[in-house]
Design a binder for this molecule. Structure first.
Ligand code: ADP
Ligand code: GLC
Length: 479
């Protein structure tokens, strides 16, 4: 089975969020299932510069405004095709946003080009390599099944679209239709039209053979008007073609016994190395050394989706329970300012690093007591999975993948010794406060806490089971 994965980011080459983690880790897990994956990425400088043994396998004279080459090679542990189109992708920094903080105005052309090339490979562009399935991720790859549908070419691969976040849909003016290489008749309710514009994700959901999203609960939620963000009707129409497959994490990158980014390594049997990480985080964030204070951590985009605006209201409760708080994140300017303000107001008890820091994220997972994830919606979420693996107790809103991956410390779950964290619903400041109170109470019960840590660390959060599910899905749509 040969699969072409098409995406706009992949760890460790280019990452703005969990999408990159998934695209980067799934190929190795699928190899164990007999699936060979090659990944098609845009030729950003960070990708083309990292490419080893690059060969030009195709040249395009006109690729949406300029010449382009398709390169094949390896980088970041992945087998890659890279769309080297300097007029579209030779730009440093964030892959979607220009220096002024706004989306690149030609984003529709940039990602239509990515999907266009993916579709051509599916149609047999490369005599030496023909995939059985093309798997596109998010709106950036979602025009791919539409090209397969409207092209007058025989079908040579099945198609899968994965929704990582329905909030990002890729909606662009209808005037672009011809420049995207789509025929006039594709602009219809039953085609790529979406609320008077062209909808990339809509098109993908309409034409893909199978649709997946990254947790079973999110797959159910997005069929409702409350969480469907305008696409619930179409998703209901696609019925059984929409399935939820949970994400995993790369358990070679996230292994507390071998993780080189940690200050201290540890195992489920001997957690003593956690104290070294806690000290490192405390030193970095200016927290008082206080071994009795439960240390709450946040590693997140600082956005409304993640419930980060709820934090200020919950901080008095956290402090009254004797807790400390360490925040690592970046995003919304107002939320960043609120977090900085709270740290300035409570020096030694609240600390923050505004920015992106991979090593610090690992040390926080390896040293904090609890991880707060109060998301309003969460397709899957990866930080609670790393927390489980590192003995940090996840305290999460009961939504999407957070609902599917954490076992709440209810009286029965504690009695049955299966609890791994704390859940609350809805994601409001009041319920976050109650969850912090419950967590602090549990923390004082040393035996129950230790048991939850052991349970979490024993949970299989790897890609093994999800990879089996993707492999079975590929077999069901393969051509
Ligand atoms: P999303 O993709 O919605 O942001 P996920 O939980 O799926 O959320 O993935 C977030 C990923 O980004 C995780 O790998 C997490 O560790 C990482 N991450 C988020 N913020 C930071 C940060 N400020 N520094 C380092 N890593 C971060
Ligand atoms: C998106 C979602 C997140 C998910 C990630 C990877 O960024 O917000 O919940 O874990 O994609 O699938």
């Amino acid at each position: 089975m040969d699969v072409l994965s098409v995406a706009s980011e992949a760890y460790p080459l280019v990452k703005t969020g969990g999408l990159a983690d998934v695209v980067g880790a799934l190929p190795a897990a699928l190899a164990e299932e007999g699936v060979r994956v090659r990944t098609l990425l845009p030729g950003y400088p960070g990708v083309t510069n990292a490419l080893r043994d690059a060969q030009t396998v195709w040249t395009f004279e006109h690729m949406f405004g300029g010449p382009a080459r398709l390169l094949a090679g390896q980088a970041g542990g992945l087998d890659l095709f890279v769309l080297d189109a300097p007029h579209l992708f030779a730009r440093y920094g964030n892959p979607y946003i220009g220096p002024g903080g706004h989306d690149w105005p030609d984003n529709p052309l940039r990602f239509a080009a990515l999907a266009r090339v993916g579709a051509s490979i599916a149609q047999g562009l490369l005599p030496a390599w023909q995939p059985n399935v093309v798997h596109g991720h998010d709106w950036q790859a979602a025009l791919l099944p539409a090209y397969l549908f409207y092209d007058a070419a025989p079908r040579r691969a099945g198609s899968v679209i994965t929704v990582h976040n329905l909030a990002f849909q890729g909606q662009f003016p209808r005037e672009l239709l011809a420049s995207l290489g789509l025929p006039p008749w594709s602009y219809s309710l039953d085609g790529v039209e979406y609320y008077g514009a062209i909808g990339f994700l809509k098109a993908g959901l309409r034409f893909a053979d199978a649709i997946t999203t990254v947790s079973p609960t999110y797959a159910t939620e997005i069929r409702t008007p409350e969480a469907g963000m305008g696409l619930d009707g179409l998703l209901r129409l696609r019925g059984g073609s929409v399935v939820g497959i949970l994400n995993g994490i790369d358990d070679t990158v996230w292994d507390p016994a071998t993780d080189k980014l940690l200050a201290g390594r540890f195992t489920a049997a001997d957690l003593s190395g956690r104290a070294t990480n806690r000290a490192a985080v405390g030193a970095r964030m200016g927290l008082h050394a206080d071994p009795d204070a439960p240390l709450f951590a946040i590693i997140s985009r600082l956005t409304w989706q993640k419930g980060m605006d709820l934090l200020p209201a919950a901080i008095p409760t956290l402090l009254a329970e004797g807790g400390q708080l360490a925040v690592l994140g970046a995003g919304d300017g107002e939320i960043e300012a609120a977090v900085r303000g709270a740290a300035a107001e409570h020096p030694g008890r609240i600390g923050c690093v505004i920015g992106y820091d991979e090593a610090l994220a690992h040390q926080m997972q390896g040293g904090a007591d609890a991880l707060l994830v109060p998301s309003r919606f969460e397709p899957c979420g990866l930080t609670q999975l790393s927390a489980l693996r590192y003995g940090t107790i996840p305290v999460v809103a009961r939504t999407g993948g957070l609902a599917d991956t954490v076992i709440d410390a209810s009286p029965m779950a504690l009695h049955a010794k299966v609890a791994t964290g704390v859940q609350f619903t809805p994601a409001t400041a009041e319920m976050l406060e109650s969850a912090i109170l419950r967590t602090a109470t549990l923390y004082r019960d040393t035996a129950a806490w230790r048991r939850m840590q052991t349970n979490g660390m024993g949970t299989d959060v790897s890609w093994r089971d999800p990879a089996r599910r993707y492999a079975a899905l590929y077999r069901s749509v393969a051509v």
